[in-house]
Ligand binder design. Structure first.
Ligand SMILES: *[C@@H]1O[C@H](CO)[C@@H](O)[C@H](O)[C@H]1NC(C)=O
Ligand SMILES: *[C@@H]1O[C@H](CO)[C@@H](O)[C@H](O)[C@H]1NC(C)=O
Length: 413
């Protein structure tokens, strides 16, 4: 998080400015978080802004174990995340992790053995001997606490009900009352997870559900259940930010412009949205990049960006590109998207830190082309991308800092 990409002119090194940098680079003290209009702030630090610059770490696939543990010790993963300038992880989990005893009672080793991933179990034994024989839920807690010890804030994201790759319209996990999306089981799961981490200073937020979607989606049920989910999390764990996603794969929160959610508590509500290059099909590759950027930025504002002006924090909790550099659609999109992130100084989470998955869609060791780390979790796939993204890791603005020339210090302008 250090300001290593430019030298700060001495006239800016007032105490005020310096404190600002220091406090935003020590997330360990940033607990609990609250909201103040569109900003996420640290109450304990006098309401100082905290900008979420996160990566997604996947823990909702069939093994129900955070990815990468067969490659590296969890401490090393946490250190790598921090050394790349991220201050936070969006950690995904499936409801069954806390509601299905036959799964959650498995140890990590048993979970891999039952999937035939014998080599992976051996990798975990070698790299994380303290974790390999823990039950899945305790292993999850161990991952969270290690991230916290390394000053990485954690946002727990309920990604899906049934462990496995997400998301499609017909996977039964898309919307309330789909085949695997029993609202009561979901509320039970959220309550258990929130209770488990009540008192943990690592967990700063919980997002209620990833990418609602599919033929059943409607705003009436959205208000009903999302309000219930938010209340359930807050009742079990009043410290966490409650992160609420929209419809249509978390693209659409536009319906809130005519009716806001009603909650019994304040200062904890954050909205989240997702936007990838492929959200607009091949529009970026096929069209004029400037023209598409103008149109898509307008769409993002209409779908979710308007919430900032309405006084709510908006967390872009998934975006990402093919790190290989050969995807024209992605390359054009990311130019535009990072401009949008900078302009509104958004909170965000890159998809993903994962270099390869234990098992994705039936393929063992699936190499993640959007992953920041390579297949073996050793080197960045693309160093120039890490450099680029570092430009939006630090806050440009905040509730305590007027809009000065800070923006221009980070981005050439
Ligand atoms: C959560 O923890 C706080 C202490 O930090 C405690 O006062 C409260 O009772 C706990 N809530 C629940 C629901 O366990
Ligand atoms: C990294 O991404 C850039 C485009 O952003 C691309 O030109 C370059 O080839 C990529 N590098 C590697 C090592 O893939």
């Amino acid at each position: 998080m250090a300001n290593k990409h430019y030298s700060v002119p001495s006239f800016l090194l007032t105490n005020y400015f310096f404190l600002f940098l220091l406090s935003s680079s020590s997330p360990s003290s940033a607990f609990p978080l609250s909201t103040s209009s569109r900003w996420i702030v640290d109450d304990a630090a006098g309401g100082q802004r905290v900008k979420l610059a996160c990566v997604n770490l996947v823990s909702h696939l069939e093994p129900m174990v955070a990815e990468g543990l067969s490659k590296l010790p969890i401490e090393t993963i946490a250190e790598k995340i921090g050394s790349m300038g991220f201050n936070c992880v969006r950690l995904t989990w499936p409801i069954y992790l806390v509601t299905d005893e036959s799964l959650s009672s498995l140890t990590v080793r048993q979970s891999f053995q039952r999937l035939g991933l014998i080599d992976t179990a051996a990798g975990i034994q070698a790299n994380n001997p303290d974790i390999v024989d823990l039950p899945l839920l305790q292993a999850f807690q161990q991952v969270v606490s290690t991230l916290g010890e390394n000053n990485i804030m954690v946002i727990l994201d309920n990604h899906i009900t049934t462990p496995g790759w997400c998301c499609s319209n017909d996977d039964g996990n898309g919307f309330f009352n789909d085949r695997y999306f029993d609202p009561n089981l979901w509320l039970t799961g959220l309550t258990r997870m929130a209770t488990l981490f009540n008192g943990s200073t690592a967990v700063v937020g919980m997002s209620l559900r990833n990418e609602l979607r599919g033929p059943k989606q409607n705003t009436q049920d959205w208000y009903k259940y999302m309000q219930q989910g938010a209340e359930a999390v807050h009742a079990a764990n009043p410290n966490v930010l409650v992160v609420v996603s929209g419809l249509n794969y978390d693209k659409d929160l536009s319906f809130l412009s005519s009716r806001m959610v009603k909650l019994s508590f304040g200062k904890k509500l954050v909205f989240e949205a997702h936007w990838y290059g492929f959200t607009d099909g091949q529009a970026w590759a096929d069209g004029n990049a400037n023209e598409v950027c103008g149109r898509v930025s307008g769409n993002m504002k209409r779908m979710s960006g308007f919430l900032l002006e309405a006084g709510y924090p908006l967390f872009f909790s998934e975006f990402g590109i093919d790190q290989g550099g050969g995807n024209l659609n992605d390359n054009r999109y990311i130019n535009c998207f990072l401009g949008y992130v900078a302009e509104f100084d958004l909170d965000w989470a890159y998809w993903t830190i994962v270099g390869s998955y234990y098992l994705r869609q039936g393929v063992a060791g699936w190499s993640e082309s959007y992953g920041l780390l390579d297949r073996d979790w050793v080197e960045p796939r693309n160093r120039s991308f890490i450099e680029r993204i570092s430009a939006v890791q630090m806050p440009f603005r905040g509730n305590h800092i007027r809009e000065t020339g800070l923006f221009c210090l980070r981005i050439s302008c």
